[in-house]
Design a protein around this ligand. Structure first.
Ligand SMILES: [Zn+2]
Length: 186
C-alpha cells in the first residue's frame, strides 16, 4: 500500500486518498487528489516525505511551486482521461486484439492503454474511412466533417475520435485521431 503525507496536517497515512486519522481530511476534488498523490512514496523517499510532513505541520501551506504542481495536475488529468477512454472502449479493444497475432499483441501491450485504445479506435474507423475520403474528394472539408459525424452516429464508439482540418497553401486535407488530452473536463 502507498505511504502518504496528509496535505492538510502533515501526518503520515496509508493510501493517498484515504481519510487522515489525524485531521480527518479526505481529498475529493481532482486537484486535491492530485496534490495528495504527489506526497506519496510513489514519487518521494520516506526521508523526503518526512521532511514535507514536518513543513506542512509547521504551517507551510504547500511544499511545491505552482509550476511543478500544475505540471503534475496536467499529467494526472491526462492519465485519468487515458484511463476513461480505455474503459469506455474495452470491448472494442478486445475485438481489435483478436485480429492481431501474438507478436503484435505483445508489442502493443508494452505501449500502454492509450495506445491500445487509439489503435483499436483507428482500426474500427478504418472500416469507414473510405466514405470520409470520398466525401472529401467530392465536397471538401465540410462534406468530410459531415460524413465523419454521420459515422460517429452509426457507431457511437467512434465518439472518442476527432477529425481536424489540416490545411496548407495547396492542400486542404484532414486528420483523424484520438485526442491525447480531454476536450472537456474530466
Ligand atoms: Zn491530516
Amino acid at each position: 500500500m502507498t505511504m502518504a503525507i496528509c496535505i492538510k496536517c502533515g501526518s503520515e497515512k496509508w493510501g493517498a486518498w484515504t481519510p487522515c486519522e489525524g485531521c480527518k481530511y479526505e481529498p475529493k476534488a481532482i486537484e486535491d487528489r492530485a496534490r495528495q498523490l504527489m506526497l506519496t512514496d510513489h514519487y518521494y523517499s520516506m526521508q523526503e516525505l518526512d521532511l514535507f510532513g514536518r513543513r506542512i505541520a509547521a504551517g507551510e501551506p504547500w511544499v511545491f511551486d505552482e509550476r511543478t504542481t500544475d505540471d503534475f495536475l496536467a499529467e494526472y488529468i491526462q492519465a485519468l482521461h487515458a484511463q476513461a477512454v480505455y474503459d469506455a472502449n474495452e470491448a472494442l479493444v478486445n475485438e481489435y486484439r483478436d485480429t492481431l497475432d501474438k507478436e503484435e499483441r505483445d508489442f502493443t501491450d508494452e505501449m500502454g492503454e492509450l495506445v491500445w485504445t487509439s489503435s483499436a479506435l483507428l482500426w474500427r474507423y478504418g472500416h469507414f474511412q473510405g466514405r470520409v475520403a470520398r466525401a472529401h474528394t467530392i465536397g471538401g472539408w465540410d462534406a468530410a466533417l459531415a460524413e465523419f459525424q454521420k459515422i460517429q452516429a452509426e457507431d457511437p464508439r467512434l465518439w472518442s475520435l476527432e477529425i481536424m482540418r489540416s490545411r496548407t497553401d495547396d492542400i486542404d486535407s484532414y486528420i483523424v485521431n484520438v485526442p491525447a488530452r480531454p476536450t472537456v473536463g474530466v
